[in-house]
Design a protein around this ligand. Structure first.
Ligand code: PLP
Length: 386
C-alpha cells in the first residue's frame, strides 16, 4: 500500500468492543494470563505489552505508522525529539568514539555534542555539510557516526543525502539523519543510505503544537540497541501523546502539501520586499542548493528565513505582527515567527552562529495552514512598520 493509505489504515489490534478508532490505553502495566506468560514476556520469547516504559499499544501504533512511512525495519518512540537524538547517539557511541556532524544543527543537539558527550570521552568534528568532500576529510579511524539535519534549523542548509549515504556505506559508519524539517512526506533518508532517522514529532508530525514526542526508526540491529537503551533509561513516550501523534500522522501528507504551498508563495512574495535583504527557502531558485533541493525534496518544506538588516529591525518586525505568533515552536497549523539568535540558538557563540548564517537580523518563519493572503497581509505590513 502507498504511504497515505498506510498512515491512515495502520491500527493497533481492535479490542472486544470492535471500536473503529483506536482507544487510549492509559495504563502503566498489563496483566499476565499465567506465570508462564510472565516469564516468557520478560525473557522476550513472547511479544506483547508488559509495562508502558517498554511499550504500549498507543506508542506501538504511532511508531509502526512512522516506520512504514520512512521505509524502516524497526522503530521506537521517545518522549521528545531530544530524547530521540540522545538515545540514538548514546546507544551508538562509547568512550573513545568520534562523531562527524553537519555544523548546522538544532541548538540542543549542538549542546549535546559540544558539552555532554565530551564528558564521556566522545569527541566530534563539525563540517560544512553542503560540501561532500569535507565529510570524507573529517573521518577518523574511530568515527562511529555521521549526524546530519537537512534542511537544517534554522539556516535551511541542505546535505546531499545520496552522497553522504554512499560515503557512510563505503566506510561502514552509520548515518543518522534528523528528518524533522522534511518529514517522510518530502524525503525518505533510508532510501539514500541512512541507518537511523530521528524525529521531533513535536513539530510537523503533531502539527498543532499540542504535545511533545519523538521517534527513532531505521536499521533493525541499531534500533534494537536503542530500544535496550531506552528500556533501561526511561525516555518513554506517554500513551496519550502517542495517541495524539498517531492520529496526526493520518493527515501529515495533506498538511505538508499546504504548509509547503503557503511557504513557497510567501518566500517568493517577500523576496520582492525592500526591507528584506535575503529570503532563504529550499525551492526558491535563489537558494544556493536549489538543484539539490529540487532533486532531494518533493516540496520545499514549511520553513523559510528572512534576513533583515539588524537586530533592531528584526525585533520591531516581531513586535509589529498581529496574526502570526511569536513563539519558539514550529510545524504548527498557526504561522510562527522566531528570532533564533536571541532564543533557540542563543547558547551558541557569535562565531558559531555566523558560520551557519544566524545573523542578528535573521527571523525564521514556520508557515502554517491559514489563508496565505491573510499571512501576506500581516507579514508585509509588519515589515513596513519595522
Ligand atoms: C525541535 C527539534 C528537535 C528537538 O525536538 P523536541 O521535541 O523539542 O525535543 C530536534 N531537531 C530539530 C531539527 C528540531 O527542530
Amino acid at each position: 500500500m502507498r504511504p497515505d493509505t498506510l498512515a491512515i489504515r495502520t491500527q493497533a489490534a481492535r479490542s472486544a468492543h470492535r471500536e473503529h478508532a483506536v482507544p487510549l490505553f492509559l495504563t502503566s502495566s498489563f496483566v499476565f494470563d499465567s506465570a508462564e506468560q510472565a516469564r516468557a514476556l520478560f525473557a522476550e520469547e513472547e511479544q506483547g505489552p508488559v509495562y508502558s516504559r517498554y511499550s504500549n499499544p498507543n506508542t506501538d501504533e504511532f511508531v509502526e505508522k512512522l516506520r512504514l512511512l520512512e521505509g524502516a525495519e524497526d522503530g521506537i518512540a521517545t518522549a521528545s525529539g531530544m530524547a530521540a537524538v540522545f538515545t540514538a547517539l548514546a546507544s551508538l557511541l562509547s568512550a573513545g568514539d568520534h562523531v562527524v556532524a553537519g555544523r548546522a544543527l538544532f541548538g540542543s543537539t549542538h549542546q549535546l555534542l559540544t558539552r555532554v558527550f565530551p564528558r564521556w570521552g566522545v569527541t566530534h568534528d563539525y563540517v560544512d555539510g553542503a560540501d561532500p568532500d569535507r565529510w570524507r576529510a573529517a573521518l577518523r579511524p574511530n568515527t562511529r557516526a555521521l549526524f546530519v539535519e537537512t534542511p537544517s534549523n534554522p539556516g535551511l542548509e541542505l546535505v546531499d543525502l545520496a552522497a553522504l549515504g554512499a560515503l557512510a556505506s563505503e566506510r561502514g559508519i552509520p548515518l543518522v539523519v534528523d528528518n524533522c524539517f522534511a518529514t517522510p512526506v518530502l524525503q525518505r533518508p533510508i532510501e539514500a543510505g541512512a541507518a537511523l532517522v530521528l524525529h521531533s514529532a513535536t513539530k510537523f508530525i503533531d502539527g498543532q503544537g499540542r504535545v511533545l514526542g519523538g521517534a527513532i526508526v531505521g536499521d533493525g540491529a541499531l534500533v534494537a540497541e536503542a530500544r535496550f537503551h531506552a528500556r533501561h533509561t526511561g525516555p518513554a513516550l506517554a500513551p496519550f501523546n502517542a495517541w495524539v501523534l498517531s492520529k496526526s500522522l493520518e493527515t501529515l501528507s495533506l498538511r505538508m502539501e499546504r504548509h509547503c504551498a503557503n511557504a513557497l508563495a510567501i518566500a517568493a512574495r517577500l523576496e520582492a520586499e525592500a526591507r528584506v535583504e535575503a529570503v532563504r527557502y529550499p525551492h526558491l531558485p535563489s537558494h544556493p542548493q536549489f538543484a539539490l533541493a529540487k532533486r532531494q525534496m518533493r516540496w520545499g518544506g514549511g520553513v523559510l528565513t528572512l534576513r533583515l538588516p539588524d537586530y533592531g529591525s528584526a525585533t520591531r518586525f516581531l513586535d509589529a505582527l498581529r496574526l502570526c505568533s511569536h513563539s519558539p515552536n514550529l510545524g504548527d497549523t498557526r504561522t510562527i515567527v522566531t528570532h533564533p539568535a536571541s532564543t533557540t540558538h542563543s547558547r551558541l557563540s557569535e562565531a558559531e552562529r555566523a558560520a551557519v548564517g544566524i545573523t542578528p537580523g535573521l527571523v525564521r518563519i514556520s508557515v502554517g495552514l491559514e489563508d496565505v493572503d491573510d499571512l501576506l497581509d500581516d507579514l508585509t505590513r509588519a515589515l513596513r512598520e519595522a
